[in-house]
Design a protein around this ligand. Structure first.
Ligand SMILES: *Cc1c(COP(=O)(O)O)cnc(C)c1O
Length: 385
């Protein structure tokens, strides 16, 4: 029996390899903004450390100085609903409420736990989810785990979305629009104001926005596209992760108190998992409290990303990115791999992204810029593309 299973797994892996879609865990070491892979040192152009905080040693030093062996707690040893609800949670959630000017906030173990937990908790068979065609896998898994009906609308196509709203508004008790603000693979941006406007026209509609790639990076205070577009209050489920620009781990929601209370009672990925280690929560708070003061990093990131976008367009690449995430689409998986290998040979660590992460036929190099890159380094990269 086991032989049969391993044979079929092997066959499937061989098929993936033949399609240039086989994945392996890369063997990497980090050295500041460089990455060392197979003994070769390259500039890392594939990191989600968008503000460069994960490589900021003085910042970590300052945090370490706040610690003692008693305060350094690497485990919470229990679910939040049992004994794992350390005061570090309250401090982080209070900090989020204060920054967002919100009624309440709730922190989860990761962005993945957040998206796979909230949607199943708040949906029932009388719910319709209308999700952007390109939302992240964690949102798709959340939709699949829920008992809601769902339809995907064409990417950032609000005419299509509105036609679906008109068609189905009387068939469901509740309709939840699900989108990212900056899209993880295309780096383009949702029009949150327009979505907020749509929501106001249809009383049964709620808005769910994942800011995984925008928190820290966008907005005057670094709170994301919702802050930048002035519509924090219009979003019912404002989601983000601490794992990217915030250089930590965990996920969060900014929401009304009733939603928070409901999630505490119903959300399985909150209830049935060990709470985050207090040390991580403390580090997340430490970073969040300094976020507003990191405007220079945000401005620098904006400068280098618009520079690179312009250069790529001069070279004839189509570029719909509106952010620091810049895809170079090759279409074919093999071509994406070859292109990435070429960039790596020239000292730049760029990675191919292939199906199922992106739709068939849209394989690409996903460049993600961070504030730790200098203008000169980005210029050098633009020269070799
Ligand atoms: C990375 C990502 C997540 C998952 O967040 P983690 O904290 O890494 O689990 C969720 N949504 C989007 C859009 C992401 O890009």
């Amino acid at each position: 029996m086991i032989q049969q299973a391993t044979d079929s797994f092997r066959k499937e892996l061989q098929l993936l390899e033949a399609q240039s879609n086989l994945r392996q865990l890369p063997d990497v070491e980090h050295c500041g903004k460089d990455i060392i892979c197979h003994g070769k040192r390259m500039l890392n152009l594939s990191s989600n450390d968008y503000l460069g905080l994960a490589t900021d040693t003085p910042l970590r030093k300052a945090f370490l100085e706040t610690l003692t062996p008693e305060r350094f707690l690497p485990s919470s040893s229990s679910s939040r609903l049992l004994t794992g609800n350390f005061s570090a949670y309250t401090e982080l959630e209070d900090c989020l409420c204060r920054l967002f000017g919100a009624e309440s906030a709730l922190v989860f173990s990761s962005g993945y736990h957040t998206n796979t937990g909230i949607l199943p908790a708040v949906c029932n068979a009388k719910t319709l989810i209308l999700a952007d065609k390109l939302v992240h896998a964690s949102l798709i898994d959340g939709i699949r785990l829920s008992s809601a009906q769902h339809i995907r609308y064409k990417h950032n196509n609000y005419e299509h979305l509105e036609s679906l709203l008109r068609k189905h508004r009387h068939d469901y008790e509740r309709i939840i629009i699900v989108t990212e603000s900056i899209f993880s693979m295309d780096g383009d941006e949702a029009d949150l104001r327009r979505l907020a406007g749509l929501k106001k026209e249809y009383p049964q509609v709620l808005l769910y926005v994942d800011e995984a790639h925008a928190i820290g990076v966008r907005g005057d205070k670094g709170l994301g596209c919702a802050e930048e577009q002035g519509c924090v209050e219009d979003i019912d489920f404002l989601i983000g992760t601490f794992g990217k620009a915030l250089a930590s781990v965990g996920g969060y929601i900014i929401c009304k108190k009733e939603i928070r209370d409901y999630l505490i009672n119903k959300m399985r990925t909150l209830i049935f998992t060990t709470a985050l280690p207090p040390i991580n929560l403390m580090w997340s708070s430490f970073v969040m409290e300094r976020l507003e003061g990191m405007r220079e990093r945000r401005n620098h990131l904006e400068n280098i990303r618009s520079f690179l976008k312009e250069k790529l367009m001069e070279k004839g690449y189509e570029c719909t990115s509106a952010s620091h995430i810049i895809p170079v689409v090759t279409g074919d998986s093999r071509a994406a791999i070859l292109k990435a290998e070429e960039m790596q040979r020239k000292g730049f660590y760029a990675l191919p992204v292939r199906p199922p992460t992106v739709p068939e036929g849209s394989s690409r190099i996903r460049l993600s810029l961070t504030a730790s890159l200098s203008k000169e380094e980005v210029e050098q990269f633009a020269d070799i593309v």
